[in-house]
Design a protein around this ligand. Sequence first.
Ligand code: ATR
Length: 268
Amino acid sequence: MVMDVYGIIGWPVSHSLSPVMHNAAFRALEIPAVYGLFPVAPEDLKAALEGLKALNIRGVSVTIPHKENVIPHLDALNEVAWQIGAVNTILHREKKLLGFNTDWIGVKEALGEVIVLRGKRAVVVGAGGAARAVVYALKHEGAEVVIYNRTWEKARDLAERFSVEARPWEELPRAKGEVLVQTTSVGLKEDVSPVPKEVLSGFQVVMDIVYTPLETRLLREAREMGCTVVHGLKMLVYQGAEQFRLFTGQEPPVGLMEEAALAALKGE
Ligand code: ATR
């Protein structure tokens, strides 16, 4: 039987949850395809992308540190990916590599489960690569976005890029709004939070894009302050589900993908 091959390119990729999510979905829908890990060092990126064509790999997820650097090597870029300035999904069709971004859909759908964003004030903590898809999603859904970042210039540049507001990092303890999204790596495998707990009391919904641990200190404190919390794993699952739609043209079994990711995260 001929199997379609998909995978993820990144450096490192060994801890990625994407293979378990996509393979679980392929199995459930009886699609003859397999999804693997492709560790690609930065200096090998161009050759790896040429290799996708040569080996007829049907599509790949793209993760850190390649999301921006793949762009010059693609044959076409979808409008939203161009606006965000990052690609997390590449489709290979008829010897052409096409770039997409599904991260923002992950943010939109994860938050959309718990709140209508239109007209809400949304605080974004951080202004790195991950913040771009978050700001795009919030703005697209009609929220009023305010960015706080430790390095002012990065907050200002990101705010300018998407025509939203930036505030100085020192003002974060007085931040107000309905939604707060944490986009930095603070809290990753460490029990620390970049947001003072008292700030959270005014917010309805708090989301963290970090998902190891599943419940970061920020989310634990937000829960204690009575906020609705959105785990980073939700964003991961929804961006993967949209990727699956692009890869296969079929409706993804989202619940199953979430269960598979959760089980892998818990080491089951
Ligand atoms: P990513 O692509 O994962 O977003 P990045 O582009 O390196 O990674 O961005 C990291 C983000 O986390 C930045 O907003 C960074 O703030 P600076 O612009 O000031 O560097 C933020 N960050 C990292 N460590 C931080 C810390 N200890 N406190 C506050 N912000 C931090």
